[in-house]
Design a protein around this ligand. Structure first.
Ligand SMILES: Cc1ncc(COP(=O)(O)O)c(C=O)c1O
Length: 640
């Protein structure tokens, strides 16, 4: 074995049969055929093993991160179609082969048939290898690499021309060095036809998208270079571009609220549940969603966020089924859950539950660059031509090729090693939970502590990869966040007044785990921390919608101060209609959206927040010399 081959990843293939002679024969024949192959041709090594029954097969699928293929004996094990279903539920990505006796046919979907008595082992070997190699390919990233290695002269955009515009400059060469030469070499344009076109893909980008659809279990998948912020708008436009009603959780991402403005949609907001003790905003209760579906027969789209930022994941199937029965399409924003399909403990995911459209920020939890997202389609009535047009309306004609390549590579990674990496991540999670509990001062919250009480029986689960760490004695999370950063160079994901959240992703390493645990252990012994911190005021209840967001946003407006001369809430604002979205961050949930009636409670909330020392940002408030102001609909516009 050459040195280079020894670094090739191993792909284990199980030969599963109760027939000892058959499986041992194939083990020997395939192992010999693999050994006889030319070395180093294909970038991975096949290794064969056998299992004699269903339970051992499933056990291996549960444990073996290197398992990439299974050859099921069609004469016995595969007769139980349940085996295939169980295997798929554990590992959607692995390649399944069905060894059929002569004269038999199979109806089992997603299994490649092979001859059980194939005389040439090399035939089966090649089919196995080509199936695995297909997943291990990155058609776009491979072509991009070849192009970059070809060192072509650039006479096209971008103007930095492979970095030549910066490299020798006494002023900006430092930026070139910081980013690295290949960031510039790989920053190409649609003039390079080998690299296909994101707006009209027909070869390498299309192939990469097809592989992504297979990997994520979608009918079709589209790459998006403007993040899930863009993906959500595209889907809302596709389903509701000419207006109409959409049911949407109040805590949805602002891109969905923006889509309502852009496309004249009438949103029916479903109030988010709240856990006031920890400042966590949860999903909408099942009863509320069901009631909204039933009482809005004209709504055409239901939008749910799953998982939430804190990791709450809906029991989606009954909700999606109900929405479908009512004639609605369902968009599930899985911005935070692109990893879910690749580990059985995280499934089922939205597409498996029947969602029509699923948007994912591949960059949030997986290895893609920021802004790289995907839309997965499950809609049986999907109109691809229209969708393409809607997508292109939001897509730059100069997309970043590095982002596209990173989507291709992130998909490959999940398909080849997602299960193993997530299993590793979960081991880190266990280590973190135990180590943090040992500090005595911090602890990782469990689902039942985090979930607002009204959702206790809604079947909601928690993404284990998102850890919410509570600070004992009810305070000090912001101070802790600062100390972790300043003293230990640790940057966490987010904080509330008494919790901090960290994400365990594919990029989490053992040293990061150890450093976080060490830091928390020493902070736990430091009497000065945590210091108490005020709890931000609770979000006011949602006000009534008086007109569509689009009318309020684009119609005639005026600005009114938030406070009067006595610094009390401005009575002139009461009963007016907000023209803007006003969002305290955290939690990032709007307290006003365009078209909403302004009540005293909202104004008191905003004043409380402005006067408090909670560190909460307020987006959407106009600030200037005249003090904070709100933009409201001009009076006498006749629609309130
Ligand atoms: C639920 C949700 N959806 C969508 C987005 C937007 O995703 P992106 O950053 O990929 O644009 C976010 C961002 O935080 C989010 O939390």
């Amino acid at each position: 074995m050459s040195n280079s081959e020894s670094t090739f990843p191993v792909c284990r293939v199980l030969i599963a049969s109760t027939d000892t002679k058959w499986r041992e024969q194939w083990l020997t024949r395939l192992t010999e055929a693999e050994a006889a192959e030319a070395e180093g041709l294909r970038g991975f090594r096949l290794q064969f093993a056998t299992v004699a029954d269903r339970d051992s097969l499933l056990e291996q699928a549960r444990l073996d991160g290197e398992l990439q293929g299974v050859v099921l004996d069609g004469a016995d094990l595969a007769q139980e179609t349940q085996v295939v279903r169980d295997l798929r539920a554990l590992r959607s990505e692995i390649d399944l082969f069905l060894a059929l006796p002569a004269g038999s046919v199979t109806e089992i979907a997603q299994m490649e048939p092979v001859d059980r008595d194939e005389p040439r082992a090399g035939v089966l070997l090649r089919r196995l290898r080509s199936a695995i190699a297909r997943r291990a390919r990155t058609p776009f990233a491979d072509t991009l690499r070849e192009y970059v290695e070809g060192a072509r002269d650039a006479w096209h955009t971008p103007g930095h021309s492979s970095g030549d515009g910066l490299r020798e400059s006494p002023w900006v060469a430092d930026f070139y060095r910081l980013m690295g030469e290949h960031v510039f070499n790989a920053d190409l344009s649609v003039s390079v036809q080998e690299l296909d076109s994101l707006l009209e893909p027909s070869h390498v980008i299309q192939e990469a998208q097809d592989l992504a659809a297979d990997a994520f279990g979608a009918r079709r998948t589209f790459f998006v270079t403007g993040g899930t912020s863009m993906a959500n708008k595209v889907v809302v436009q596709h389903v509701l571009g000419d207006g109409g009603q959409m049911l949407v959780d109040q805590a949805c991402h602002k891109s969905v609220h923006h889509a309502a403005i852009l496309f004249g949609v009438e949103p029916i907001y479903l109030p988010a549940s709240v856990n006031a003790q920890y400042g966590l905003y949860g999903p909408v209760s099942r009863a509320r969603i069901e009631a909204a579906i039933d009482s809005h027969p004209d709504a055409r789209l239901l939008v749910l966020t799953s998982s939430s930022y804190d990791g709450f994941y809906y029991d989606l199937k009954p909700l999606i089924d109900r929405a479908h029965r009512a004639g609605m399409k369902v968009l599930v924003d899985e911005a935070w859950y692109a990893h879910g399909y690749f580990h059985p403990e995280l499934r089922p995911c939205a597409l498996e539950c029947g969602a029509d459209y699923v948007t994912q920020s591949t960059h949030k939890m997986l290895s893609a660059f920021s802004q790289a997202s995907m839309v997965h389609v499950g809609d049986p009535d999907f109109d691809e031509l229209r969708f393409r047009e809607h997508l292109n309306m939001h897509t730059s004609t100069s997309p970043q090729y590095g982002l596209i390549a990173s989507l291709d590579v992130a998909r490959k990674q999940m398909s080849m090693e997602g299960f193993a990496r997530l299993a590793q991540g979960m081991a880190y999670v266990r280590e973190l939970r135990a180590g943090i509990a040992e500090t005595g001062r911090f602890r990782v919250l469990e689902l039942d502590e985090m979930l607002p009480g009204e959702l206790a029986n809604d079947g909601i689960r928690l993404d284990p990869m998102k850890l919410t760490i509570a600070v004992a004695d009810g305070g000090g999370a912001r101070a802790l966040q600062r100390t972790l950063y300043e003293r230990y160079s640790i940057q966490v994901e987010k904080v509330t007044h008494n919790t901090l959240s960290v994400l365990v992703t594919l990029g989490t390493t053992r040293s990061k785990v150890l450093r976080l645990l060490n830091a928390l252990q020493s902070l736990a012994q430091d009497a000065a921390i945590p210091e108490a911190q005020p709890r931000p005021p609770a979000l006011p209840p949602l006000g009534e919608m008086r007109c569509r967001p689009r009318e309020a946003y684009f119609g005639p407006t005026e600005q009114l101060p938030l406070v009067d001369e006595t610094h009390a809430r401005n009575p002139q604002l009461i009963d007016r209609i907000s023209a803007d979205q006003v969002v305290p961050y955290p939690p990032g949930i709007p307290v006003l959206v365009p078209g909403q009636r302004i009540g005293a409670e909202v104004l008191d909330f905003l004043l409380d927040l402005l006067h408090s020392d909670t560190g909460t940002e307020l987006h959407g408030l106009i600030r200037g010399d005249a003090g904070p102001q709100l933009r409201v609909r001009a009076e006498n516009t006749g629609s309130a």
